[in-house]
Design a protein around this ligand. Structure first.
Ligand SMILES: [Zn+2]
Length: 208
């Protein structure tokens, strides 16, 4: 596996397993507090000729979920699609397809996290019929199916179960509704995974 993350010319040859290993090894360094110095200067980014991210990550917009930090990656390495509740919108799906079709990204990840405010809000709406102002119903509508499915199994902790189900649901959707992702997945060029970032420990745990 290429282990020099700044060798971006080589990124297009990364396999999905290489890319996933890079992220998970980076997360181990983050948890161990052994991350090295990174150069995020404008000059460093300007010197990157090619846009060749190693992974595209659909993550929550939560300010505590900084993917470059928690995976210990440098600038220009992660293509981020972020919005509250990390659900797959049409725009997000198109962004993921762009990554696969034009940037040769080998790994697509849906990244949920513990203590997610968007999932908590969806649970309150489902459980207490809470009314939210403005356009917030759009977020709730997108997350509610995962809350209902999780609740059907009477979990000990509905927030944990709904957060995991929400990630699994977006992974299923990514894998099935896009012909581009579906086809590249079938050949092994692309892998789609789901994971949860544990804010209490810093660890990212892959969902099976
Ligand atoms: Zn969140």
């Amino acid at each position: 596996m290429p282990n020099n993350p700044s060798d971006r010319q080589a990124q297009v040859s990364f396999t999905p397993d290489d890319a996933l290993a890079m992220l998970m090894e980076g997360n181990c360094r983050y948890v161990d507090e052994s991350i090295g110095p990174r150069n995020y200067s404008a000059r460093e980014i300007a010197s990157t000729k090619e846009h060749a991210p190693v992974a595209a990550i659909l993550a929550c917009g939560d300010a505590r979920v900084g993917a470059e930090l928690i995976f210990d990656r440098g600038p220009c390495e992660l293509f981020m699609v972020r919005l509250a509740g990390n659900f797959l919108s049409d725009y997000g799906l198109a962004s993921m397809e762009y990554c696969v079709e034009f940037l040769n990204v080998p790994l697509l990840m849906v990244l949920g996290h513990t203590h997610c405010g968007a999932v908590s809000a969806a649970i309150r709406v489902v459980e207490n019929k809470e009314d939210l102002p403005g356009r917030l119903f759009v977020l709730i509508d997108a997350i509610e199916p995962s809350v209902l499915r999780a609740r059907a199994s009477n979990p000990e902790d509905l927030l944990v179960a709904a957060t995991e189900e929400n990630v699994r649901r977006q992974v299923r959707r990514l894998r099935t509704i896009s012909p581009i992702i579906n086809a590249t997945q079938a050949t092994g060029r692309v892998m789609v995974v789901g994971a949860i970032y544990d804010m209490d420990t810093g660890a990212v745990n892959l969902l099976g």
